[in-house]
Design a protein around this ligand. Structure first.
Ligand code: SF4
Ligand code: SF4
Length: 352
């Protein structure tokens, strides 16, 4: 019976996982990109992890190729991980190197486990979001080319997670990554007075998370440029606010030190360290240079198993800036507009 809701998990599990469901005893990292899980039964399950394209976008020919590899090497099953890696689960130990070579032949690097760069994730950005201030998929691709050694080898002090979002809505979750790439708008949203005539003004005003939209005479509102954080919330909610964005206004902010897991110092919100870098496709040299500096300084100074945020907490922000050579200003570290305690939303919102 298919039932209702999402499809049943049972039909999607490889036989070795079904046999040992809930009876695993330990796991080991055999080599970068290969994990061995041991079960009470004495069985060992080998998993091979490869990086997917940005935002896990694949064509049907690519998906057929991956399905063909799964048929050949992992009894017809694979899974896509939280960070958009593809994992072939239950690969016979004697065929692991062959699968890695076949994946490499199709341009899929194997790695992203243990103390390495884990697969980078990003939101859709320019692909199909009208709110994006940058192209996170292209930036992630540029960074992946720079950090391919860090992806394919266990050469880092701890796991490294880098995520990209096209705007500060942060669907790509840069705020809980070691390094977050976040698209930023710097323009005010243009207000279309004609369209605004048909709007409920209290509703329009309530949309803004920082209370930047105020009444301005009958049937009109204005935006306080000192308060606006250039989130696109008003553009999303109301057609009177045109999408923000311009070639000179849009760019990229860098945030560091975020973490979602409960290991080490626990979960943490990333802090902004660079408020703006220009959009500079196709290789985003300004962004990759900053990421390189942060990664190299962390690698040279961190203790074993110390994630980026934990390393910064130990040495302090002053030393972080000194050692990375990044420019510190009063505009960074404590939030975008200097009023937020851990990014708290400080406005009054109308709800009725
Ligand atoms: S983070 Fe911004 S650009 Fe990316 S999907 Fe979300 S709203 Fe769109
Ligand atoms: S909703 Fe966002 S973009 Fe619109 S006025 Fe408020 S802060 Fe600015």
């Amino acid at each position: 019976m298919p039932g209702i809701g999402i499809p049943s998990l049972e039909a999607s599990l490889p036989p070795i996982v079904k046999r040992n469901y809930g009876k695993w005893t330990s796991h080991d990292h055999i080599r970068p990109g290969v994990i061995k899980h041991d079960a009470e039964s004495g069985e060992a399950c080998y998993t091979v992890r490869a990086a997917m394209p940005p935002n896990a976008r694949v064509s049907t020919p690519t998906m057929r190729m991956l399905c063909g590899l799964a048929d050949e090497f992992s009894e017809g099953f694979f899974r896509v991980t939280q960070r958009n890696s593809i994992e072939f689960v239950g690969v016979p130990v004697g065929r692991i190197e062959e699968l890695i070579a076949r994946l490499a032949g199709h341009g899929f690097p194997v790695g992203g486990t243990n103390r390495s760069l884990h697969n980078m994730t990003c939101c859709t950005g320019y692909m199909h979001c009208h709110l994006a201030a940058t192209d996170p998929a292209a930036i992630v691709k540029a960074i992946s080319e720079m950090l391919i050694k860090e992806y394919e080898t266990d050469c880092l002090p701890a796991g490294l997670k880098i995520s990209g979002s096209g705007c500060i809505n942060n669907c790509g979750e840069g705020s809980c990554a070691d390094i977050g790439i976040v698209g930023v708008h710097r323009d005010l949203p243009p207000i279309n007075a004609e369209k605004l005539k048909g709007c409920e003004l209290p509703l329009v005003i309530s949309v803004c998370p920082v209370g930047a939209i105020k009444p301005k005479g009958p049937g009109m509102v204005e935006i306080d440029p000192k308060k606006c954080i250039h989130c696109p919330a008003c553009s999303v909610a109301c057609a009177a606010f045109a999408p923000i964005g311009s070639a000179n206004g849009d760019g990229v902010a860098i945030v560091v030190g975020g973490k979602s897991s409960n290991t080490g110092d626990g979960p943490a919100l990333a802090k902004m360290v660079i408020p703006y870098l220009p959009n500079n496709p196709p290789h985003w040299p300004e962004v990759t240079e900053v990421v390189r500096k942060i990664v190299d300084t962390w690698v040279a100074n961190a203790h074993r198993d110390e994630r980026v945020g934990e390393w910064i907490n130990r040495i302090g922000w002053e030393k972080f800036y000194q050692r990375t050579g990044l420019k510190m200003s009063f505009k960074v570290v404590d939030g975008y507009d200097q009023r937020s305690l851990e990014y708290v939303r400080s406005n009054v919102r109308f709800r009725w």
